[in-house]
Design a protein around this ligand. Structure first.
Ligand SMILES: *Cc1c(COP(=O)(O)O)cnc(C)c1O
Length: 379
């Protein structure tokens, strides 16, 4: 359970027919242009450049900003955040997180700045903005570029402004697993016109015109079929989010009071996409481990996922590089506790009830099993 959101099928197929009739399949076609305009309008940003996926969007943004040497990042993130740097021979310097917010701890970020540091790559995990003001202050004072991986945060706001408007640029992923998808896709949002122009060049091999290459570039183009999916999905985005919000609230009431299970809060006073229903499992209090809970759900065909376990710094190529032999106690602790529950338009109220019921039963039975075990041990 937990499958991709798909917008109106008839409108999507009509768009597919249009693009086939036009035989304009990629390279800045009409759907791509329209999609970029709609995105910029929706986010309220001057420039939004659609890219073939979020990882390449990160790589291009990192390169367009001229990052080099070392960049400060959380380890509690999807591996692509770190890989996008390492792929370009930039060292991701992993910083620990705040236990409550799950986001980069700005004080620890500052403590890891060296003469090689050129930037900070913050992540708006779970669609909640990370410590934007504190990171902006550090970046300004220490003359570092500030970039955000906003892959989780499409449709979310911070102090009334849409995510997409902060730092030098913000990068979205429109992968099938995200709230809003273009099959595969991503985008860079920025208020910096020069940076945007550079990103547009880099996205398409550095071509300024036919036969005229003015920059080093790659192929980061979004196809017309992806843009058509994006245009159609944008028309249904409010429905996707309404459905996620309803699922979240249902989980919130049904999971209340289960010992050892804590639903990560969502700031309902801001715009949120409610794409991540995150629970923290306190094994002591629940009497059952996170991994066993996941296995119980899997046996009932419920795909609950561990997130970012065991942490980027404990995955290759970082794990075996002594440079990254740092202890990140909060990251390691959280990566043992987090479980995300299925949501999206393919998950209905009944499914949420079933999943919540399974969780409650597992914790109740765990308590019985362990007290039976204790009685057995006493005898
Ligand atoms: C999904 C995701 C990415 C990568 O995006 P793709 O579109 O899959 O390449 C990067 N960072 C984070 C935090 C993500 O969740």
């Amino acid at each position: 359970m937990g499958r991709p959101n798909i917008g109106n099928r008839e409108r999507l197929l009509a768009r597919f027919n249009d693009l086939l009739d036009r035989r304009w399949l990629t390279n800045g076609g009409p759907f791509l242009q329209e999609f970029e305009e709609r995105l910029a309008d929706y986010l309220g940003v001057p420039e939004c450049i659609a890219i073939c996926n979020g990882t390449i969007a990160l790589e291009i943004a990192i390169r367009a900003l001229g990052l080099a040497g070392e960049v400060l990042v959380p380890s509690f993130t999807f591996i692509a955040t770190a890989h996008a740097l390492q792929w370009q021979h930039i060292t991701p310097v992993f910083c620990d997180i705040d236990r409550r917010t799950h986001h980069l701890n700005p004080e620890l970020v500052e403590s890891r700045i060296t003469p090689q540091t050129t930037g900070i790559l913050g992540v708006h995990l779970w669609g909640e903005p990370c410590a934007i003001e504190a990171l902006t202050e550090i970046a300004n004072r220490r003359r570092l570029a500030l970039l955000f991986d906003a892959s989780h945060a499409f449709g979310c706001s911070h102090r009334g402004r849409m995510i997409g408007n902060f730092g030098r640029a913000e990068v979205f992923s429109f992968h099938a697993t995200k709230c809003f998808n273009t099959f595969e896709g991503g985008a860079v949002a920025t208020g910096d016109r020069e940076l945007a122009a550079r990103i547009r060049l880099m996205r398409s091999f550095g071509f300024a015109d036919y036969d005229e290459v003015v920059h080093l570039g790659t192929n980061g183009k979004m196809s017309e079929v992806a843009a058509a999916m994006g245009l159609t999905g944008l028309e249904s985005l409010d429905e996707f989010i309404d459905c996620n919000r309803a699922n979240y609230r249902r989980y919130q009431s049904l999971l209340a009071g289960i010992p050892g299970l804590c639903l990560h809060p969502v700031d309902a006073s801001e715009r949120r996409n409610y794409q991540y229903v995150v629970i923290e499992v306190d094994e002591e209090a629940a009497g059952i481990s996170r991994d066993l809970l996941q296995a119980v759900l899997a046996a009932e065909n419920v795909l609950a996922r561990r997130y970012f376990y065991p942490g980027c710094h404990r995955m290759e190529p970082y794990r075996s590089n002594p440079r990254h032999a740092t202890e990140l106690p909060e990251t390691e602790r959280l990566s043992r506790r987090v479980l995300t529950l299925p949501t999206g338009t393919a998950v209905d109220a009944e499914a949420v009830e079933t999943i919540s019921h399974l969780l409650r039963l597992s914790v109740e039975n765990a308590a019985e099993m362990s007290s039976a075990a204790r009685r057995a041990a006493v005898r």
